[in-house]
Design a protein around this ligand. Structure first.
Ligand SMILES: NC(=O)c1ccc[n+]([C@@H]2O[C@H](COP(=O)([O-])OP(=O)(O)OC[C@H]3O[C@@H](n4cnc5c(N)ncnc54)[C@H](OP(=O)(O)O)[C@@H]3O)[C@@H](O)[C@H]2O)c1
Length: 330
């Protein structure tokens, strides 16, 4: 099969298209003929091997698994001996551990979810990490994104609202009755407003100082550019700041910031909560249903062929993407 591979860490230039052996599913895995696979911020971080701390898990000198990519959508091509819920020909999506930017990928059965009839593979591929993280972040902020609008209208600030996680957070929180403000580049303001935000703040300005203290019930930080003090000032007493941004330095990444939040918590009237989102198939199933029913939008900026993965990552890194970039593997 063809796969996008890298044999060293670095920028898009380390990516190449190679013929490699098709993976063989373990007893509890399904083999997926990949039709679409997402490009997410985490994939690019693994490609670069940054922060360097992550190399302890992904390979010290070079990537242990040469193909990145996690959110796959496609058709079951083979099943392991213990698989009971899926059969060859089923349309499924889910988050693999790695190996997604390829024509075939394996996925443990317990992480695979059926794709509703009629829903395009590319749309489904945008959901597992980005949609799942958005839901888990909103829950941490005390907002139930799966419930209908309640009486209260929580005021939510989403920093990084034009990206994958941020865009789903804006859509889901708006549908749940929140008053959402998004921080983004001015060129992406229209996109964020169309997702349901009431207004946007220009990321390039000194917006935190211009917002009155205590303006929000919750802040979902996906940007990482503001200090913890600045973020805490924005929420009311007892309000929540969800910290999800990867940022930080090239060695330790966000870890010092997340530790700082834990240390700071007893001394601040805001609650600072680091988010570590995990694979959750109940969330994914719910989101796929909403996507199929038109309750949320996939926000696909463009779909590019797998063979153009390096160019797609360059495009992503150039910062012009609204929502999601997806690779088509067939
Ligand atoms: N904790 C977890 O479990 C978890 C899981 C998934 C993702 N994440 C993290 O969540 C963040 C967002 O992920 P994503 O997949 O949504 O990324 P993405 O699709 O690349 O979107 C990020 C968006 O943030 C904006 N941005 C970047 N730097 C910013 C800053 N300093 N201030 C404000 N906005 C900024 C950019 O939009 P503009 O051009 O409009 O500014 C970009 O569209 C990443 O840091 C990622 O590592 C965490």
């Amino acid at each position: 099969m063809r796969a996008v591979t890298q044999h060293r860490y670095g920028g898009p230039e380390v990516l190449g298209l190679e013929a490699v052996a098709r993976p063989v599913p373990k007893p509890d895995e399904v083999l997926i003929e990949v039709h679409a696979v997402d490009i997410a911020s985490g994939d690019v971080r693994v490609m670069r091997g940054e922060p360097k701390l992550m190399r302890l898990f992904f390979g010290l000198r070079r990537p242990r698994v040469p193909t990145v990519g996690r959110d796959v959508a496609g058709v079951v091509a083979a099943v392991g001996a213990d698989v009971t819920r899926f059969a060859v020909g089923d349309r499924v999506c889910g988050e693999t551990a790695q190996g997604g930017w390829a024509e075939y990928a394996v996925l443990p059965e317990r992480f695979a979810v059926p794709i509703p009839d009629g829903l395009p593979f590319a749309d489904a591929a945008t959901l597992p990490v980005s949609g799942g993280t958005a839901v888990q972040g909103l829950r941490l902020a005390g907002i139930d994104p799966m419930g209908g609008p309640g009486e209260a209208r929580p005021r939510l600030l989403v920093i990084g609202a034009s990206g994958g996680v941020g865009g789903f957070a804006v859509q889901l929180a708006s549908a749940a009755g929140c008053e959402v403000v998004g921080v983004c580049s001015p060129s992406k303001s229209e996109h964020v407003l169309a997702l349901g935000a009431q207004r946007t703040l220009d990321r390039g300005t000194a917006w935190p100082a211009a917002e009155p203290a205590g303006s929000y019930d919750a802040v979902f930080d996906l940007g990482g550019g503001q200090s913890l003090g600045e973020l805490a000032r924005l929420v009311r007493r007892g309000g929540t700041v969800v910290l999800s941004a990867g940022g930080g330095d090239g060695l330790l990444g966000p870890i010092p910031r997340l530790l700082g939040a834990t240390l700071r918590n007893p001394f601040t009237p805001a609650r600072l909560k680091p988010l570590a989102a995990g694979r959750d198939t109940a969330i994914l199933e719910d989101l796929l249903g909403r996507l199929a029913a038109g309750g949320i939008r996939p926000m696909i900026d463009r779909v590019m062929p797998l063979s153009e993965a390096a160019h797609a990552v360059e495009t992503y890194l150039a910062g012009g993407v609204r929502g999601k970039l997806v690779l088509a593997a067939r």
